[in-house]
Design a protein around this ligand. Structure first.
Ligand code: 5GP
Length: 188
């Protein structure tokens, strides 16, 4: 059996975080890669759990040192996947990345033998708008920006190996566990 790099993408507010927590709870051989970001922590977020929150200066110097497997900029902030963590963990485990479309496609290009791309889509745009408004952590303009980004991300779904509509996070989690099982057995 091979270890895979499972990339989960999907718009902010679609429920990726909840699904990832369920996956980690149910299969303790899976590990999640924690990205670095230059954005400020949201309420309830912890350094080292949701992200490593670092300064732009540190981020840029880590780019120079080739410390990121991939990185990208969203809404004026940088986000990057730590290379050494992913490469080390993949020797023993399957690894989950929760990253955007551009990062996902870069991961696939860099590690085509391991990477499996899964897009989590909202049941509808209306539902997603409601969830984002409910979270209340962004201004109207930021939310508008994010919704524009959502439409763009969903348009890229064709490039993904799997697209799952997230009606119910536990159900989506079970579908992903099944995908992982099947993909690990594939001979590449
Ligand atoms: P948020 O600020 O809502 O946590 O994340 C904004 C976007 O950045 C999301 O689409 C998220 O998936 C993406 N993201 C988080 N970590 C990374 C990363 O390491 N690399 C890339 N390319 N995107 C990331």
């Amino acid at each position: 059996m091979r270890n895979i790099l499972l990339v989960l993408s999907g718009p902010s507010g679609v429920g990726k975080g909840t699904i990832v927590n369920y996956l980690l709870e149910e299969d303790n051989t899976l590990v999640k890669s924690v990205s670095c970001t230059t954005r400020a922590p949201r309420e309830g977020e912890l350094n080292g759990r949701e992200y490593f929150f670092i300064s732009e200066r540190e981020f840029r110097s880590r780019i120079e040192e080739n410390d990121f497997l991939e990185y990208d900029e969203h809404f004026g902030n940088f986000y990057g996947t730590p290379r050494s963590f992913v490469e080390r963990q993949l020797k023993e485990h399957s690894v989950i990345l929760e990253i955007d479309v551009v990062g996902a496609l870069n991961a696939k290009r860099l590690m085509p033998g391991e990477t499996v791309l899964v897009m989590i889509a909202p049941p509808s745009m209306e539902e997603l708008e409601k969830r984002l408004a409910g979270r209340g952590s962004e201004s109207d303009a930021e939310r508008e920006d994010r919704l524009r980004r959502v439409r763009y991300e969903l348009e890229q779904s064709d490039l993904y190996d799997y697209v799952l509509v997230n009606e119910d996070s536990r159900e989506t989690k079970s579908k992903i566990l099944e995908i992982i099982r099947r993909e690990k057995e594939k001979k590449i």
